[in-house]
Design a protein. Structure first.
Length: 257
């Protein structure tokens, strides 16, 4: 079980928590670029893996926010830890704490709110770089990238009361949502480093044969074209969503990966 260290209990002069809850779903998973960007902003990462017995906090009073990442499992699975994690989403929503769900995390958020999580009836997937378009609400919040990295076989319906921020023309149209003032869910993967693209397309090479998946070389070619815009979007999003641990304006640029 993850236990906060003495360093992670430290609070900056602003009085806000200096740590962010990171929820991962595989033994070797990392928070990638999102984790690096949060650390560059002065936050410590409190990593929990509920699948392997870690508990999630009953309150986010001691965290500046929470990020729930993706994984190969489904929000429709009946495993006890999946059900507990979906139910746990009541915590950030009730407390209006900063929350970000990425892929599976977004689907868990939608499922908690009663929306359907579903696979495409013809088995289509989104794996590779796919275009998205901001809605009027999304464009009013910040600028969005034209194409983003996807790796999923399921999508979600728009939950009641949620704002749709970005949509796509593929098999899963709902690409980014906001629930209340501080909870966000995105279908795409802004956390992906180059090393993670190598690992995912190697370990998950069988998924590249699924209908709609892009060939492995295209993943790397498109990354050269579109990743800089995704990295810039992530920094803008984090400025808006959580800021810096010390309360200073703006962000400290992170090095390309």
């Amino acid at each position: 079980m993850s236990v906060p260290s003495a360093e992670m209990r430290d609070f900056p002069a602003t009085g806000r928590p200096a740590r962010v809850l990171i929820v991962l779903h595989q033994e070797q998973s990392t928070p990638g670029r999102v984790g690096k960007a949060l650390q560059a902003r002065g936050f410590h990462l409190d990593v929990r893996r509920p699948r392997f017995g870690d508990t999630l906090p009953a309150s986010l009073d001691e965290h500046a926010g929470a990020v729930v990442f993706g994984g190969p499992m489904s929000a429709n699975d009946t495993d006890a830890y999946i059900r507990r994690e979906i139910d746990w989403h009541a915590v950030p929503l009730k407390e209006e704490a900063p929350y970000l769900g990425i892929c599976l995390g977004a689907q868990m958020l939608a499922r908690h709110l009663g929306a359907r999580v579903y696979g495409h009836p013809e088995g289509l997937v989104e794996i590779g770089y796919f275009p998205i378009e901001p809605t009027e609400a999304g464009a009013a919040t910040f600028e969005w990238p034209r194409r983003v990295y996807q790796w999923h076989r399921e999508g979600f319906d728009l939950p009641e009361g949620a704002d749709l921020l970005a949509s796509g023309g593929g098999p899963f149209p709902n690409q980014a949502i906001r629930v209340g003032p501080k909870a966000y869910g995105v279908q795409f993967h802004p956390e992906l480093t180059l090393a993670m693209v190598h690992r995912w397309t190697t370990i998950g090479h069988e998924r590249l044969r699924l209908p709609g998946a892009q060939p492995r070389p295209v993943h790397f070619a498109d990354r050269l074209l579109y990743d800089a815009a995704v990295r810039e979007w992530l920094e803008r999003f984090l400025d808006h969503w959580i800021g810096r641990a010390d309360g200073a304006p703006g962000h400290q640029p992170t090095t390309p990966d």
